[in-house]
Write a protein that binds this ligand. Structure first.
Ligand SMILES: *[C@@H]1O[C@H](CO)[C@@H](O)[C@H](O)[C@H]1NC(C)=O
Ligand SMILES: *[C@@H]1O[C@H](CO)[C@@H](O)[C@H](O)[C@H]1NC(C)=O
Ligand SMILES: *[C@@H]1O[C@H](CO)[C@@H](O)[C@H](O)[C@H]1NC(C)=O
Ligand SMILES: *[C@@H]1O[C@H](CO)[C@@H](O)[C@H](O)[C@H]1NC(C)=O
Ligand SMILES: *[C@@H]1O[C@H](CO)[C@@H](O)[C@H](O)[C@H]1NC(C)=O
Ligand SMILES: *[C@@H]1O[C@H](CO)[C@@H](O)[C@H](O)[C@H]1NC(C)=O
Ligand SMILES: *[C@@H]1O[C@H](CO)[C@@H](O)[C@H](O)[C@H]1NC(C)=O
Ligand SMILES: *[C@@H]1O[C@H](CO)[C@@H](O)[C@H](O)[C@H]1NC(C)=O
Ligand SMILES: *[C@@H]1O[C@H](CO)[C@@H](O)[C@H](O)[C@H]1NC(C)=O
Ligand SMILES: *[C@@H]1O[C@H](CO)[C@@H](O)[C@H](O)[C@H]1NC(C)=O
Ligand SMILES: *[C@@H]1O[C@H](CO)[C@@H](O)[C@H](O)[C@H]1NC(C)=O
Ligand SMILES: *[C@@H]1O[C@H](CO)[C@@H](O)[C@H](O)[C@H]1NC(C)=O
Length: 425
């Protein structure tokens, strides 16, 4: 009775106020306290009861997630994570049951979606994929990159007008989060650490956007073993600010152009005030060739489209491991069949500008731009570049192939052309 009254009054308040009202229906998820008992059913029922115009609270304790979660249709909900969600280590369960992401034959452990969702971890709330088990296991498999059924920690699917803030993501099973079919969201004050405790982690991207529009990433810190953040098929109007990336591959566009005869685009990407420490690149783009060899996730090619209007400002580096800016139009993953022609992609890269790229590096290559001969890279601008070795010697090489309209720089030599999963050769 009390709940029903509270619910009605919350609805009334919500009509006149945009900020979440006090007294909305609240469900506090009960924790079993042991990883022998799956907390997923309790989580599902809390969202069922309070997922629309209510509030779901995770107490400062550990919740054991031993089975898939598919939480959709949320509406005007506060999700308050004060504790930790810890995923189970039953790899064969997850390989058999993880949910389809809806792209690249990828899978996920947790789908979350809805409108006007406010997920707040207050700096302490944590999602822990228990990835140490996965990192050891994947090292023994033939496909160390993508393995069928290896799940992303969370997939935001159909998330609109929402804010995710103050959440820690630890030891993701694979990618930390895929964000798909989502628009008008902010993800801020996010801390990700996928550093393995036993062996190093692989394919543990910070975030990947697919079919997304108007997404803001602010104040991210990512320690990981793959793309720090990656904007993939049909990512438009994405803004990344004030973030720090450690040990991964830097900001990625793609891979893209993987689906034969399918048009995909990336448009209007901006990044500003980003720090890179010990990452491979600061910014890199990867597309498949025009030759289709196999199917996603590990194979593919022959895609159409373009990536354009990508503007990066004030990038600071410390100990970069490869070319600060890299393009490879010859993406190839380990385990993928066939070879393919590195310069025949029909996917075009154009209108890229980097203004302000400073700091230290371990290579002489500022840029390594391997573009398609069929659809050359155009309008590539680099301004205010000052990359130096630890001893102060300037990095001076700009390697390129099939780049037209270079602005602010000149090509200093030919680029290598060969299959690559991470840019360069
Ligand atoms: C439960 O926790 C123990 C100890 O951390 C661990 O060895 C075991 O794999 C866990 N089981 C599941 C199902 O996660
Ligand atoms: C799927 O589950 C079955 C039965 O539990 C198990 O025998 C099998 O190994 C699992 N498959 C994978 C790919 O782990
Ligand atoms: C999740 O549940 C929704 C609603 O029932 C359903 O439409 C969707 O297909 C499910 N998603 C997955 C990946 O199974
Ligand atoms: C998934 O993989 C299968 C078999 O390898 C392939 O036929 C299919 O086209 C792929 N689907 C997508 C969406 O890539
Ligand atoms: C940025 O996010 C971190 C959590 O990763 C938080 O501790 C810090 O206060 C945030 N910084 C600002 C300026 O809000
Ligand atoms: C990241 O995790 C690794 C492994 O547990 C740990 O050694 C390291 O201190 C963590 N980094 C941060 C910044 O918390
Ligand atoms: C991706 O964008 C292209 C170009 O705008 C469009 O033709 C295509 O339908 C989009 N694909 C999806 C799945 O939204
Ligand atoms: C450039 O970014 C760094 C963080 O990487 C920040 O400390 C600095 O204030 C930024 N500079 C300007 C002019 O905004
Ligand atoms: C490895 O990936 C290839 C290419 O996608 C696929 O054909 C093969 O079945 C995968 N092998 C395993 C063991 O998953
Ligand atoms: C690769 O493709 C390009 C562009 O179509 C073509 O000029 C070149 O001859 C091809 N190379 C080989 C080895 O077929
Ligand atoms: C600085 O270090 C680079 C890379 O190790 C080396 O190639 C270069 O010769 C060094 N310059 C000087 C002046 O020692
Ligand atoms: C590029 O080369 C041209 C012709 O030699 C020269 O005029 C121009 O100053 C160079 N630009 C840069 C940024 O070095």
């Amino acid at each position: 009775m009390k709940c029903i009254l509270a619910f009605i009054s919350a609805s009334l308040v919500a009509c006149v106020a945009t900020s979440p009202a006090k007294g909305r229906k609240t469900c506090t998820v009960k924790a079993s306290g042991t990883n022998q008992t799956d907390d997923a059913p309790a989580i599902k029922s809390a969202f069922k009861e309070c997922g629309r115009h209510g509030k779901v609270v995770f107490k400062p304790t550990t919740y054991y997630v031993n089975s898939i979660l598919n939480i959709t249709d949320l509406e005007d909900v506060d999700i308050d994570v004060q504790g930790k969600l810890l995923w189970s280590t039953d790899i064969s369960y997850w390989l058999n049951h993880s949910l389809p992401v809806g792209y690249q034959n990828q899978s996920t452990a947790f789908v979350l979606g809805g409108n006007n969702v406010r997920l707040n971890g207050h700096g302490v709330g944590t999602l822990d994929g228990n990835g140490d088990y996965w990192y050891q296991w994947i090292k023994k498999q033939p496909n160390t990159s993508n393995y069928p059924g290896r799940p992303h920690q969370i997939t935001f699917n159909g998330l609109k007008n929402s804010v995710v803030t103050g959440v820690n993501f630890l030891r993701s099973q694979m990618w930390t989060m895929s964000i798909i079919h989502s628009a008008d969201n902010t993800f801020e004050d996010i801390f990700i650490n996928n550093t393995g405790n036993v062996v190093s982690s692989s394919n543990t991207d910070g975030a990947d956007t697919i079919y997304c529009d108007n997404i803001r990433f602010h104040n991210w810190t990512v320690y990981n073993g793959d793309d720090s953040i990656s904007f993939k098929a049909n990512s438009t109007n994405i803004r990344l600010t004030d973030s720090k990336f450690f040990g991964g591959l830097g900001i990625a566009i793609g891979s893209i152009g993987q689906l034969k005869d399918v048009t995909e685009t990336v448009e209007n990407i901006s990044a500003e005030n980003v720090y890179f420490e010990n990452t491979l690149h600061a910014f890199y783009v990867k597309t498949w060739t025009d030759d289709q060899n196999g199917y996603p996730p590990n194979g593919g090619g022959g895609g159409l489209g373009y990536a354009e209007n990508m503007n990066l400002k004030n990038l600071t580096t410390s100990g970069l491991r490869g070319a600060a800016f890299s393009i490879s139009q010859c993406t190839r993953f380990s385990g993928a069949p066939g070879q393919g022609n590195c310069t025949n992609s029909q996917f075009q890269l154009r209108d890229i500008s980097i203004d302000g790229l400073k700091g230290t590096t371990k290579t002489d290559r500022v840029a390594s731009l391997q573009c398609s001969a069929v659809a050359p890279c155009t309008d590539i601008e680099l301004e205010n570049v000052d990359l130096v070795f630890a001893n102060g010697t300037e990095s001076t090489s700009y390697l390129c192939g099939n780049v037209v309209d270079a602005k602010g720089w000149n090509c200093t030599g030919p680029v290598c052309e060969s299959g690559s999963a991470t840019g360069e050769c």
